[in-house]
Ligand binder design. Sequence first.
Ligand SMILES: *Cc1c(COP(=O)(O)O)cnc(C)c1O
Length: 315
Amino acid sequence: MADIQDILTARRRLIARHLPETPMWSYPVLNATVGAEVYVKHENVQPTGAFKVRGGINLLARMDDRSRGVLTYSTGNHAQSIAYAARLYGVPCSIVMPENPNPVKVAALKALGATVEIGGATMVEAAEHARELAGRTGMRLISPGDEPELIMGVATLYFEILTAQPDLDAIFVPVGSGSGAAAACLVSRLLAPACRVIAVQSSAAPAAHDSWRLGELVSRPIKTCVEGLATGCGFELPQSIMRDGLADFVLVTDEEIARAQRTLLEDAHTLAEGAGAAALAGLLARREEFAGRKVAVVCTGGNAGSAELGRVLAA
Ligand SMILES: *Cc1c(COP(=O)(O)O)cnc(C)c1O
């Protein structure tokens, strides 16, 4: 699907014009806690607080006709990514959410100039409403998972990691739809075939994990409170890339994720949302296997509000 030229083009489009390269640091205290040489890639410092903005900007940049605007359904970081990119390109953006949305997230989207619509009681109904709205208005409906341009944009993140540290033994990547992990597979195949890409998901929402293990797309209930990882079904495009590209797929509990959030706070003075700490939770679950190795964990996002932070610190 991708060659190095596509990734370099996406990188020039994003990095040069809109997003500076994010830092990646190794923290001696964290290394001691894990027992490995750990590199934390800091996507929590993106302007939207999460890595997905790379994909949103790349997708909007590649659209031939943006005049009718863009539309998606999401409660979280995917919505902010698309709204941020739409504002950058000066095009209308609508976000469809299920009933009772988080008011902090609605405020963030409105501040980016997006229109927020309520479309049904569940995310499945919101997705249906979004499809209907796209048909009626001609707005471009952006899937949260099956979009090559989102994956190519996110590939720039793995390009940054593997050009800074080409001899990593492994990269741990948290998975919701699988776009991020698919991008990691594409880039590591091109730049560092010996680097193992290891996906991580919550055992309380294992649709992507189970789809990968079974080799077919399956749906699973969502019982996790970790938002970026709360996906109910496998997505075709990222699963097709992960099928050959992933070395392994680890499940961790929500408690292990909360513990990794505290570790990032204490050992790396980093505020991560649950999904942003899941990669470290996966590495901690496999620490014997990676003892003494050189490993990157992607801190994919930092959008933890005070309610989440209070819960994590109290546990
Ligand atoms: C969306 C998201 C993920 C999962 O990424 P996918 O590309 O959907 O697999 C992980 N972490 C954060 C912070 C996210 O917003």
